[in-house]
Design a protein around this ligand. Sequence first.
Ligand code: C2O
Length: 358
Amino acid sequence: SPIGVPDLQQCEPAMDVSPTNQTMMLTLNCCLPIPAHKPRVFSFHKYKSKPRVRQAAHTVSDAYIAKYTRAYELMKALPDDDPRSFHTQAKIHCAFCNFAYRQAGNTSVPLQVHFSWLFLPWHRWYLYWHERILQSLLGDPTFTLVFWNWDDQRDGGNVMPAMFVPNGTALYDRNRNQNNLPPALVKLSPTTTGNDSVEIVNQNLNDMYRDVVTATTAELFMGDAYRTGTDITNSTVITAPLEGLIEGGVHNGIHYWTGDPNLTLMQDMGTFTTASRDPIFYAHHSNVDRLWDKWKYDLPGGPRADHNDSDFLDAEFYFYDEKARLVKVTVRDALDNSKLGISYPSVAADELWVNYDP
Ligand code: C2O
């Protein structure tokens, strides 16, 4: 049966272990605030969204960066236990990625939203609510997240976006790889060594081609079935049999490239418990979200199909809305970005990896 929403009262400390050294671990309290009223059920009717186009981070104006910074200042200024606070927003990721909760229909199994077909829809919803909260804090329903266009190997996307770099702003995070600040080129494969820019770019194009173009089925691209009872407690970035190519490949690559290699678990971006403490996380995932649409609608050979198994479509998650209320959503309602009001501009440099000849 499909994954249901967990009992938020049953929360355990979240555990994060280094994939290469099991003695290195972090244990964190990622238990989420439990609002007094009962959860709302999402509907497109209750939650209208203005159509908006998320822009590439390296293309937005100074005025937009100022607004974006302001949005995160406001979110970071909320008390930690406010469901809309940056603190809680970051904890949501930790809670559902590091086993703070158990599966609704089988409490012997911990809930995990990575390493399977839940990955793309869960993260789409995560950004959707995060963006709505930022909109409401700004009082601007047209505000959108940016996307970090790291797959762009030609027009300026493949560096850490400048808006996240200056020390001391609300978009800054100190726990990043200091060797990868601009102008360092993004490496989508953690194994790419060397600093020859032609080699880096070629490897990046090759990785994009492999993870998106060659992933012709939903199983390959999105990941495989995760239902009530599926236990992937022991899946790691090294052993993740249900994981899709986009997640295990270029998506993880950016996490490792951004996190600080001098910290035990490559915090912040390099590990689940802390990744979304870095505001760049949401821009990173916007690009993953854009690439899902690209994969689905815009590759040679015509549209590609998401999973249509009812255990996929009917899976449910909890998030908080902009009024700090708990809201229950389904995977089904995440599959069409246009219904959520979200779109992306077409990116000319996509053609480099779409037409890459390995
Ligand atoms: Cu929930 Cu990029 O990971």
